[in-house]
Design a protein around this ligand. Structure first.
Ligand SMILES: Nc1nc2c(ncn2[C@@H]2O[C@H](COP(=O)(O)OP(=O)(O)OP(=O)(O)O)[C@@H](O)[C@H]2O)c(=O)[nH]1
Ligand SMILES: [Mg+2]
Ligand SMILES: [Zn+2]
Length: 297
């Protein structure tokens, strides 16, 4: 039978939902374990029985992934942009935010931050905690997806157009609420298979691809909330490159291989003492450095 091309729009363990070029959705499994695919992959597949078999994954233009101590996890492939969503409440874990931004920079994916639930009283404090990110040039948007869906849509529309954007963030920040506010047909798009697998659950358990427009020119991906984000794919020595606020000063250290922890004439530590690098960010750098410098086995 003929080989077709298609797009992986959802993944459920060993099963994948592939959107064929004629926009039909087909439940597929993989030819073998070596065929390693994730949502966003373009694949070659063949019809088999009621469904299909994925034979090969086409080359990726990007892949966002994390490497924990014992396993690696791919979030999605062929992304143009990442929106890390944080909420006024539950309060954001800055470490997760920072790690997601580092992974995106390392993967060559443009990233921004979206602070949701600004209708809640603690908004000012949350805004303040994001100030170091604004200062280092990360775009920080604000929204109240639930209270002001129209305003959110107006602000996000230009950012989402003509590209594929992944929404990432801790559980409960409002990713799915955002998806539903953007795309009234979201539930219909994921189809019965995904709905059945996520039945009765409020929390999202799989990454899913949603077309923003009929022309299929833009897409937004919902994903399950994450609680850890390992960066073992990086070397400790290159870490500073991926933190824009640290990188900005690192070139002025006395030693070219300065690790910015205890060396003399370290421009990074000097900047932190002047307040040009936030204390929380230097702490985060040190923590990540320790984590990456630990022996791996
Ligand atoms: N106050 C307020 N609550 C909101 C807002 N947006 C979403 N929520 C609420 O936050 C809760 C969690 O929203 P979800 O969209 O399910 O969060 P999620 O990020 O998809 O969570 P996971 O699927 O578990 O990762 C729900 O009770 C929403 O109603 C907002 O702008 N303001
Ligand atoms: Mg969700
Ligand atoms: Zn230094």
């Amino acid at each position: 039978m003929a080989v077709n091309t298609g797009l992986v729009v959802a993944a459920h363990g060993r099963h994948f939902i592939v959107e064929a070029d004629d926009r039909q959705r087909v439940l597929c499994h993989r030819r073998g374990k070596k065929v390693d695919c994730v949502v966003g992959d373009r694949v070659q597949w063949r019809a088999a029985g009621d469904g299909g078999v994925i034979e090969a994954v086409l080359p990726r233009r990007s892949l966002l992934w994390r490497q924990d101590r014992w396993r690696s996890k791919s979030f999605a492939a062929n992304l143009d942009a990442l929106i890390v969503m944080v909420a006024v409440a539950p309060p954001m874990a800055e470490g997760l935010l920072a790690r997601a931004l580092i992974a995106a920079a390392h993967a060559g994916i443009a990233a921004q931050v979206l602070l949701n639930k600004v209708d809640l009283p603690e908004a000012a404090a949350a805004r303040e905690r994001l100030e170091p990110y604004r200062r280092m040039g990360v775009p920080v948007l604000e929204a109240s997806v639930k209270r002001d869906a129209a305003g959110m849509r107006a602000r996000l529309a230009p950012l989402l157009a003509h590209r594929v954007t992944l929404l990432l963030g801790a559980s409960g920040v409002g990713k799915s609420t955002l998806i539903n506010a953007l795309m009234p047909d979201a539930a219909a798009q994921v189809g019965e298979i995904s709905q059945a697998l996520n039945a009765g659950r409020h929390t999202t358990t799989t990454t899913s691809w949603y077309w923003l427009d009929d022309a299929h020119d833009a897409a937004v991906l919902d994903s399950p909330g994450f609680q850890e984000f390992g960066l073992q794919q990086l070397e400790a020595a290159e870490l500073a490159r991926w933190l824009p606020d640290v990188a900005e000063h690192a070139a002025h250290c006395r030693f070219v291989n300065c690790t910015h922890r205890s060396e003399p004439d370290c421009a990074v530590r000097a900047a932190a003492e002047r307040g040009d690098i936030a204390a929380s960010r230097l702490r985060l750098y040190e923590q990540l450095y320790e984590e990456l410098a630990r022996p791996r086995y």
